[in-house]
Design a protein around this ligand. Structure first.
Ligand code: DC
Length: 236
């Protein structure tokens, strides 16, 4: 008797339709955003910037004068803020998930050095990370994802087979940020992100690691796409 004959067809369909999540973690300014967007576009997947979600909470706390040094106050704000997830077709034909607060996506406001520093602090709070993980997992309602962050492969979607970790030399990453007109102490932020107790920045087990210090974004995204294609089941 062949047990395959007894596979429930409903379950089979559900499994086939299960969305794919490509996890791209790494240090600040290691090219996660640029390359995640290029990969998402090439595959027709939806781009999720989890850093933007944390930044939105950091910005919200600064706006509402919540003390970012008080984990209880930040956790309470995070419990109460009114948010929604939206999948938008951005100007460059990239589909992306945005976290809106009170119906607003603070696209530009979250990119300041002040918000970066506040975000790194609030991102260390375990209750905040629990909330973010839940929201980030909800993103699969929109379809296949390319999700970038610090703990996607280790904590948010540890079950995915598609795990990547990008890095580059500190001098190179600092130069990339200043080319964008941003001066900030990346070493201090990376240290805080990798030394916190809750879901620190680290290389996920089985992740493919790339130091792209000497690579262009076309080369980095090309490498990512080639590795992803190797992992995808080949049609029989
Ligand atoms: O990727 P980014 O620079 O926009 O991230 C902003 C901050 O948010 C960063 O200091 C670390 C934190 N972060 C995090 O802790 N976990 C994530 N998955 C994404 C970002």
């Amino acid at each position: 008797m062949n047990p395959d004959n007894f596979v429930n067809p409903v379950i089979k369909i559900t499994l086939k339709k299960h969305p794919i999540v490509i996890a791209i973690d790494g240090t600040s300014a290691s090219g996660k955003s640029t390359n995640s967007k290029l990969v998402a576009k090439a595959l027709g997947y939806i781009y999720v910037d989890t850093g933007a979600m944390y930044r939105t909470l950091g910005w919200y706390c600064l706006q509402k004068r919540v003390d970012i040094h008080d984990p209880k106050a930040v956790a309470a704000a995070c419990r109460k803020w009114k948010t929604s997830l939206e999948c938008v077709d951005t100007k460059s034909h990239l589909h992306a998930v945005h976290l809106l607060v009170e119906g607003y996506y603070p696209d530009k406001e979250i990119r300041t050095a002040e918000v970066s520093a506040a975000t790194s602090l609030i991102a260390a709070i375990p209750k905040v990370r629990d909330w973010m993980k839940k929201k980030q997992r909800e993103c699969i309602q929109f379809g296949n994802l390319v999700m970038e962050g610090r703990d996607i492969g280790t904590n948010v979607f540890p079950e995915t087979d598609y795990k990547f970790y990008l890095d580059a030399k500190l001098e190179e990453r600092t130069a990339r940020r200043s080319a964008d007109g941003i001066t900030e102490n990346l070493a201090a932020r990376d240290l805080r992100d990798s030394q916190r107790a809750a879901a620190p920045l680290m290389i996920a087990l089985g992740a493919k690691v790339l130091d792209n210090s000497k690579m262009t974004s076309a080369e980095t995204s090309g490498w990512l796409l080639a590795e992803i294609r190797k992992l995808m089941p080949q049609p029989k």
